[in-house]
Ligand binder design. Structure first.
Ligand code: NAI
Ligand code: MG
Length: 335
């Protein structure tokens, strides 16, 4: 049966990595009807419209999206297209696994962290108020409803996957009402999951502990801004942003995308590492219950990364995005 998937091409390195991910997923033999759409800077330059209607229509029709990074131009009327999509479709959980690739030499072979980031509120509502030229206020929204959803997801995931511990990260010592509510809800929900330990960490201490000893962490659940920062930090343990996948999941729509952005510094040079988006694609296949194909992609990626001749520049090699992609497709088709 053919699966309909919306592919958002993105800009910066987006077109390069999304082309790679699409070809790699096709190589698994799944029959996919890709509906290719775009939004963001490139689209705006071409059409004068930042997010054309066909993007929304396609997402609403297919409900499954693979999305490359998007740059939101300043003064375009949008704060961030990415944040807008997460809010519009209530994609309340942003799930970011931090799992080292077996064949790569990282310092943290045993690391296996999954970050659950609240994805629809916090400081990312973007409600900034101007008092005068030199004074601005940003509002932070925290609701019981959104907090319960993300914290429950984290605990359910921990329970289903036999994980021992959920760490809730906050700054409730200063933000007693907002972060205080988030922490309080975590304590309430943890009572429904006796097999999972809850611990809490203040965000600053959490950063130190992650750098000193990341192996101690298992599932992390946190608020929007802290989750954004911690996921870039944690990607450093496994070799950087080129390897960190993610998913934005709501009740009926899911958008899969890498942790990284559009990387304008390396765009158009055919040197970006497409692995992060490819691994996001594997998460998408798992979500679609195509576990065999998802595992085939992960295994093949692991196999080719053993070869020094198959590393992109961010991993210390000089393989191009397209050569890397072709090697991976060859490896998949060989199996
Ligand atoms: P970035 O994540 O794009 O890049 C940070 C650094 O990591 C750069 O040196 C870049 O070259 C490198 N890098 C990132 N992905 C890589 C890959 N796949 N292979 C090799 N190297 C890679 O963050 P930056 O530069 O702060 O943001 C650039 C733009 O991306 C901004 O406009 C930002 O708003 C946007 N952005 C979009 C996101 C999305 O679409 N979900 C998420 C994060 C940022
Ligand atoms: Mg980020």
């Amino acid at each position: 049966k053919t699966i309909n998937i919306t592919l958002i091409k993105g800009d910066g390195i987006g077109p390069e990595v999304s082309d790679s991910a699409m070809k790699v997923i096709n190589a698994t033999g799944l029959k996919i009807n890709w509906d290719i759409v775009n939004a963001g800077k490139d689209t705006f330059d071409k059409t004068g419209c930042l997010v054309p209607d066909d993007v929304f229509k396609s997402i609403e029709k297919n409900k499954i999206v693979l999305k490359a990074p998007i740059t939101t131009p300043v003064a375009s009327g949008f704060r961030s297209i990415n944040v807008m999509l997460r809010k519009k479709y209530n994609l309340f959980s942003n799930i970011r696994p931090i799992l080292p690739i077996d064949s790569l030499n990282t310092n943290y072979k045993k690391l296996d962290i999954v970050i659950f980031r609240e994805n629809t509120e916090g400081l990312y509502i973007g409600d900034e108020e101007k008092i005068d030229e030199n004074t601005f206020i940003a509002k932070k929204l925290v609701t019981r409803c959104a907090s319960e959803k993300i914290i429950s997801r984290a605990f359910e995931f921990a329970k289903e996957n036999n994980r021992k511990k959920v760490t809730v990260v906050h700054k409730a010592n200063i933000l007693k009402e907002t972060d205080g509510l988030f922490l309080k809800i975590a304590k309430e929900i943890s009572k429904e999951f006796p097999s999972v330990i809850l611990e809490d960490r203040i965000i600053d201490n959490m950063c130190m502990q992650l750098v000193m000893n990341p192996i101690q962490f298992d599932v992390i659940v946190t608020m929007n801004l802290y989750g954004d920062i911690l996921s870039d930090l944690c990607s450093g343990f496994i070799g950087g942003l080129g390897l960190a996948p993610g998913a934005n999941i709501g009740d009926d729509i899911a958008i899969f995308e890498a942790v990284h952005g559009s990387a304008p510094d390396i765009a158009g040079k055919n040197i970006a590492n497409p692995s992060a988006l490819i691994l996001s694609g594997a998460m998408m296949l798992d979500y679609l219950d195509k576990h065999k194909e998802a595992n085939l992609i992960r295994k093949s990626l692991n196999n080719i990364l053993k070869e020094k001749t198959c590393l992109t520049r961010d991993l210390g090699g000089n393989t191009s995005t397209t050569d890397f992609t072709n090697n991976l497709i060859y490896e998949i088709e060989k199996q």
